[in-house]
Design a protein around this ligand. Structure first.
Ligand SMILES: [Fe+2]
Length: 189
């Protein structure tokens, strides 16, 4: 093969190789932008169906208030309007309430997928002689979609157990005696 042909082919090969690398890089970038589905977690034995829609949970109970806010989105990071977050939890003494829905309620996300869970900071209870870490139980869905059943935990809890997944551990910050945290749910709507 004449040298001239080989030399003239070099730029084409370089363009093809570079194009391939850039295409792969672009694909990786796009996949990085996708939202990862929120991990599920055990339902546990204390769920009661039929909780009413609520703005606040445990409104008149003693204990530190906890406000968790964020977005409910799908795997393409699009908001899930009107998503339903069905929450159940203990009071600050670690007690579940069964006779009423005082600490059980469905929080509805806004049209843009944003939500606020305004509640009391959950206390701990022991199971088989071992404390469970402070946690909230949740079932999250779009108005018509399948339920994601999971739990949320908090950083710095000495009782984190085998159920805890790191992606479900929330950072906390405090202002005026209220604990605040942020969490985005990614669900299949
Ligand atoms: Fe629990």
């Amino acid at each position: 093969m004449p040298h001239r042909v080989i030399i003239s082919a070099v730029p084409i090969i370089v363009v093809l190789v570079l194009g391939s690398i850039l295409w792969q890089y672009d694909g990786m970038q796009n996949s990085d932008h996708l939202c990862t589905l929120t991990e599920d977690n055990a339902e546990g034995p204390y769920y009661v169906a039929g909780a009413p829609q609520k703005e606040k949970l445990g409104q008149f109970l003693d204990g530190k208030r906890l406000i968790i806010s964020g977005n409910v989105v799908d795997a393409e990071c699009n908001p899930v309007p009107g998503a339903i977050i069905d929450v159940w939890q203990t009071d600050s003494d670690g007690e579940y309430h069964f006779e009423d829905f005082i600490l059980r309620g469905k929080v509805h996300a806004n049209d843009d997928g944003t939500y606020v869970v305004d509640t009391v900071f959950p206390g701990k209870y022991s199971e088989a002689g071992q404390f469970r870490p402070a946690h909230l139980h949740l079932k999250v869905s779009s108005p018509e979609g399948p339920l994601l059943t999971t739990q949320l935990y908090f950083e710095g809890d000495e009782h984190h157990d085998w159920l805890v997944k790191s992606s479900l551990v929330l950072e906390l910050h405090e202002a005026d005696g209220i604990a605040y945290s942020e969490f985005d749910f990614t669900i299949v709507p």
